[in-house]
Design a protein around this ligand. Structure first.
Ligand code: SGN
Ligand code: CA
Length: 530
């Protein structure tokens, strides 16, 4: 009897406690919140992903993510360059508001970011790999980052403020550290992990195990590789990102032996100086025969262009292969530990990249290849397998999307829109979805000489304005000219489209609070350092 009374009271107390915790803890702890892994590469573009129909390589592990979830075919960045893209993702705000308009600026880590909001709501948070925002990461329980651009071989890492050199290949090490953290986490709480790879950023140094991949094949070349830039503006013509003219023979193309005795490129020497003797031997041997044959062949003109393209693209794809292998390790880990079902996995890049289109490497332009970014998401619990979405999205949407999935209120000042409805509804856009995306690039004068520009893109057209030391407009009909080879801004047949897009541009600038004047002229004049 007495025993029953005590049990009764105890149960009543338990009920009270549980009622209290349910109403006080936001969000409702009874609902299991998803884990989130946000994987981002540096300069990986959709043309080199089989999930997006690549004709030059296979990425089977990235396909595992896409096939088990959703692929966004119209995912764009707001400013196609590294640090700005990262700041946009963290804050959900355009560059002119988050303070990082180019790679030279330091991210103010005291501002609101979505990892901070996740952390405050009870998530364990970690950031591993390339960070590139100059200030230390904030909002993470654990961080282990590459200083600046980081190195491919035996890179330094800064782990919670302590810098040391690690032995190994950067993509594998970054994955190792990320998985170690996931493994050691508090298993009672959901986690959020940012896993940021350096690869496949310039100067494309493959892991030793991939050095001979693609040795015996010819990678197809884009048909506009030898572009004459007719019917385009000054900016496309005066850029310095040509594979033929602007790539360094030693640093980029690994022609170590061409001028080895007299003129070894100093930057490259410093980088290969990090390799241990075994790595160095594998590296040197991998290129030796081809370099020798190249030296004897004395190629010129188109033949030289083709050779340079093959050397570039193969190294780029070899770096991608390592990313893909390591994504496979992450997926295997999640599957082996029963975490696949309740983990949202995002795979994206800080922007797209040119793989020889227009004869280019690098990014920065609002032209399709560097404007579009890969964006695939898997969350088996609510996203149907094999979904494809045409919805126009931007990287400002990452923050609100992940906050909403985590059950955290999305602050009003975020400029992006949550993609949760799109994802949970077979990729379909709600009726009031945006009809255009907005872009603004500022880093000029700077490396690669891509002029400042801003613009809007609808599903069918793109309008761009290049400014600062030029004043030129470009308009492309993406339905009939998807490779953007002909500017139709002054074409009489497009006058109505032009008027509409100019109006759209004004609306977008109003919506996001941007204008050419929003830049800080003093900051703009600072030399952009590497
Ligand atoms: C380095 C590269 C550039 C590249 C920028 C920005 N040059 O400066 O080719 O555009 O990074 O890249 S290098 O000689 O140092 O390799 S970003 O992805 O970090 O924005
Ligand atoms: Ca980048």
């Amino acid at each position: 009897m007495l025993r029953n009374k005590i049990t009764g009271r105890y149960l009543w107390l338990l009920c009270l406690i549980s009622l209290y915790t349910t109403s006080c803890n936001q969000p409702d702890e009874k609902v299991e919140r998803p884990n989130i892994i946000f994987i981002m590469t540096d300069d990986h573009t959709t043309q080199a992903m089989s999930a997006y129909g690549s004709v030059i390589n296979q990425t089977p592990n990235m396909d595992r993510i896409a096939n088990s979830g959703i692929r966004f075919d119209n995912a764009f960045v707001t400013n196609s360059i590294c640090a700005p893209s990262r700041a946009v993702i963290l804050t959900g705000k355009f560059s002119h508001l988050n303070g990082v308009i180019n790679n030279a600026q330091t991210f103010d880590g005291s501002q609101q970011t979505f990892p901070k909001l996740l952390q405050a709501s009870g998530y364990q948070t970690a950031m591993v790999g390339k960070w590139h925002l100059r200030s230390d990461p904030t909002g993470f329980d654990y961080w282990n980052i590459l200083p600046g651009q980081g190195h491919y071989y035996n890179p330094d890492f800064i782990e919670m403020g302590e810098r040391s050199q690690r032995e190994g290949y950067v993509t594998t090490l970054t994955t190792d550290y990320a998985l170690d953290w996931v493994d050691k986490r508090d298993k009672e709480k959901p986690f959020y992990l940012m896993l940021h790879h350096k690869a496949p950023h310039r100067n494309w140094m493959p892991d030793t195990k991939h050095l001979n991949m693609y040795d015996d094949v010819d990678i197809p070349m884009p048909d506009n590789f030898f572009d004459s830039f007719e019917n385009r503006g000054t900016a496309a013509e005066t850029q310095e990102m040509s594979i033929v003219e602007d790539m360094y023979e030693i640093y980029d193309l690994k022609l170590m032996y061409k001028t080895a005795e007299k003129n070894v490129d100093k930057a490259f020497e410093r980088i290969v100086g990090r390799l241990n003797p075994e790595q160095r031997k594998a590296f040197d041997e991998a290129y030796a025969d081809e370099n020798e044959a190249f030296r004897k062949a004395n190629l010129t003109g188109e033949a030289l262009g083709k050779w340079r393209y093959q050397r570039y693209i193969k190294d780029y794809l070899r770096c991608v292969a390592s990313v893909d292998d390591n994504i496979g390790r992450v997926l295997d880990y999640l599957e082996a530990n029963g975490l696949r079902e309740n983990t949202i996995i995002v795979y994206t890049s800080d922007q797209g990249f040119y793989l020889g289109e227009h004869g280019w490497f690098d990014k920065r332009f609002m032209y399709e290849e560097s404007y579009r970014t890969p964006f695939i998401v898997s969350y088996p619990k609510t996203i149907d397998k094999g979904t494809v979405s045409e919805a126009l999205t931007m990287n400002i949407d990452v923050a609100p999307t992940l906050l909403e999935y985590a059950g955290v209120e999305v602050p009003d000042d975020l400029q992006g829109r949550s993609l949760k409805t799109v994802m949970n509804n077979q990729g379909k856009e709600p009726e009031n979805w945006r009809e255009a995306t907005y872009y603004h690039y500022y880093e000029y004068p700077a490396e690669h000489a891509v002029k400042r520009h801003y613009g809007v893109r609808t599903k069918d057209f793109k309008l761009m304005h290049f400014y600062h030391d030029v004043n030129e407009w470009e308009l492309y009909d993406l339905r009939n000219d998807p490779k953007e080879m002909k500017n139709v801004f002054d074409d009489a047949a497009y006058q109505d489209v032009k008027t509409e897009l100019l109006e759209e541009l004004r609306e977008q600038q109003k919506l996001y609070g941007d204008s050419i004047q929003s830049q800080n002229p003093v900051e703009m004049l600072r030399e952009v350092s590497k």
